[in-house]
Design a protein around this ligand. Sequence first.
Ligand SMILES: Cc1ncc(COP(=O)(O)O)c(C=O)c1O
Length: 496
Amino acid sequence: MELSRTDVGHLGYNRRKGGSHLKREVLSDVHSDKLFEQVYDYLLDRIRRGEWKAHDKLPSVRALAAEFGVHRLTVFKAYQWLKQNHKVYVKDKSGYYVQPGSLLPPAAQQDPIVSAYVHESHLSEIHQAEAAYQFSKALIDPNLLPNRYFSEYVKKVFDLYPKVLGTYATTQGDAELREALCRYFAGRYRFDLTPDELLITCGSQEAIDLIARVLVKPRDTVLLERPTYSPAIDVFRRQGAQIVPVEIYPDGYRLDQVEEFMRLYKPRLFYINPTFQNPTGYTVPAEQRKRLVDLAAEHQCLLIEDDPCPDIYFGKEPPPPFFAYDTSGYTIYIRSFSKYVAPGLSIATVACRPGLMNYLIKAKSLSDSGTPLLNQKIFLHYFFSERMQRHLEKLRTALAVRKDIMEEELAGTGWEWRSPEGGFNLWVQLPESTPMEELLVTSRERSITFVPGSICDPLRELKPWIRMSYSFLNERQLREGVRRFVGLYRELSGEK
Ligand SMILES: Cc1ncc(COP(=O)(O)O)c(C=O)c1O
């Protein structure tokens, strides 16, 4: 959430003592920020706390300028930013109005202590719903993992490292694992890395969060794919970033658009998920990878490459990661192994150059004392085993079968999607007239969950789109669940 300045002490006033009196002298107290940014924060804070409700008219530019003792252009610019961030809208040139959805949840509005700490996590709210037909979880069906064999690796680890439970890992991660990963990346993609350039994290979610905390401060511009992995939107919003969406298509980005955005907005970073993208399943082609890496270096925009499932392909292997093309250090590579190797271990790694690595390690040390050593050692012995490699072959086949089943069951609906060449999801376009809210609520009542496209969209639009994961349910449940879902859709939309 854009809570950048709910720590209203920043503005030099205490809201519990009547914070609405923002004065010119208070604004100028703060030397680090521009005046219009402070006005922006002040207005946003009041909107989020519900001092104005959805569709309420906001004070005029003239009135606010007089109240704060600032130039009208300053207030105008603050309003323009709020408009760009979908917090306010303009009506018939009559003024600015509060955009619905800009307020904190009611409980948080009433409680000044809670409101200071509320973070949004749209996807986790959906995942918390128990359901018999889970199409919302892009996770592997646990039955597809070699569970029986895991105990062997656990035992092996205890034999090899009898004190494994008696010690912390280092914050950066187990040295033996980092060395093994360097060899693996060099062999597979020719990454030129040393163990010092790898950090082991608890999944890629932690990596995204650390990177955002280290690199993004309020009002930095961040480019995000549209649509994108929903929690990434929440993380960068929480940092107070100005988010600029970049459309992703089946054949990648429009690079001229990316270049223009880099030139125009001077973004701090571009978060990308270019291989079997979540939610679309699209893969950015190799030629674009090389060009985008060069563009990023030219415009000094970091590329944060999130790569959780390059091994889950149904045809040919995807192109090498962006990181393989990077010679200037502008790409940070996040590789998760938690999705399909052993989700219970939650292991991912971040590769980046040493300067930045030091900051990531410091940030991680403030939230934990390192990824659990036991998990790292089990992962090390399991991931590099022959059995794991055989398992991957079977997993690809099983997931391809499930994808086919979902597509077969959706075939008669008239809905549209592009068959993904890898990953866990179908990104499906329903008719424009779909009553999405009703579909969501009624599906939940009937024990079916899916991800509404709007939460994957930095602009919160893409209303008729949904993400349906085929990876979590077994074949029988999948068929049955999709049939029920399509039946429910027909019921709601009055189709026969
Ligand atoms: C693009 C993307 N990034 C990050 C994650 C989080 O992965 P992890 O389980 O490693 O935290 C996911 C999981 O769905 C994902 O799809």
